[in-house]
Design a binder for this molecule. Structure first.
Ligand code: AMP
Length: 229
């Protein structure tokens, strides 16, 4: 199959995994490949913080500390975005749901729109590697392409491979200390959702410790299986 394939029905993919598992990187690749839209609650919250909205002002300190923003704020932000016209073909949820309450709210939101979860994909990684992955990463400020000091340097130092920009940025919460807090929040509040989606028959586990391209291949196969199911 070449190029972008538009799914028959609106797909709803969930990417589960701790910080540093590669959810954002892989979501962007699936977005390009399948004509889906990546909905990252982290990105939406960072935009709210940058815009200084009431939700953003409330979320900012929690995000800096590596905790989870309140369910109500996150659910409201996601609900607004799900109704965007660009989401009609399907979405990849990156970083949502992260709690039981969010998983329940997602079922309700999808039910109201006549949609259901196509697959919940758990990116399976080892904890020890995650802090280093998070603390070494940086992003093109113009196109969002992700890079890493150890694993994915730009071909030309300081220049984005994808768009040629020289503006690189690091997230304020991508420090070793905050990453440890985020990992702890993942284990206590989000990891239990893996069992929840397994029971619902929606879970697919993908080994996410290998090469980025190998993981993309596994995810692409998963989505193609879902399209052909
Ligand atoms: P991320 O970009 O997914 O790593 O998210 C960055 C930060 O945004 C997290 O550490 C949380 O503080 C907050 N955040 C993102 N998504 C959620 C969510 N679904 N529920 C609560 N907090 C979230």
């Amino acid at each position: 199959m070449d190029g972008t394939q538009t799914p028959q029905a609106a797909m709803v993919l969930i990417l589960l995994g701790p910080p540093g598992a590669g959810k954002g990187t892989q979501a962007r690749r699936l977005e390009d490949r399948f004509g889906l839209v990546q909905l990252s609650t982290g990105d939406l919250l960072r935009a709210a913080v940058a815009a200084g909205t009431p939700a953003g002002r409330e979320a900012e300190a929690v995000m800096k500390a590596g905790g989870l923003v309140s369910d109500q704020i996150v659910i409201n932000i996601l609900r607004d975005r799900l109704d965007g016209a660009d989401c009609a073909n399907g979405v990849i949820l990156d970083g949502f749901p992260r709690t039981d309450a969010q998983a329940t709210a997602l079922d309700t939101l999808l039910g109201e729109r006549g949609q259901r979860i196509t697959a919940a994909i758990s990116l399976e990684v080892e904890d020890q590697a995650m802090i280093r992955r998070v603390a070494g990463r940086f992003t093109c400020a113009d196109c969002g392409e992700g890079f890493h000091e150890d694993f994915k340097q730009p071909k030309q130092s300081g220049v984005c491979d994808k768009c040629g920009s020289t503006q690189m940025t690091r997230r304020a919460d991508d420090t070793a200390e905050t990453a440890a807090q985020r990992l702890a929040a993942y284990h206590t509040q989000t990891a239990p959702l893996i069992a929840h989606y397994e029971t619902a028959g929606a879970l697919v586990r993908v080994d996410a410790m290998g090469e980025i391209d190998t993981i993309t291949d596994a995810l692409t196969q998963t989505v193609e299986n879902a399209i052909n199911a």
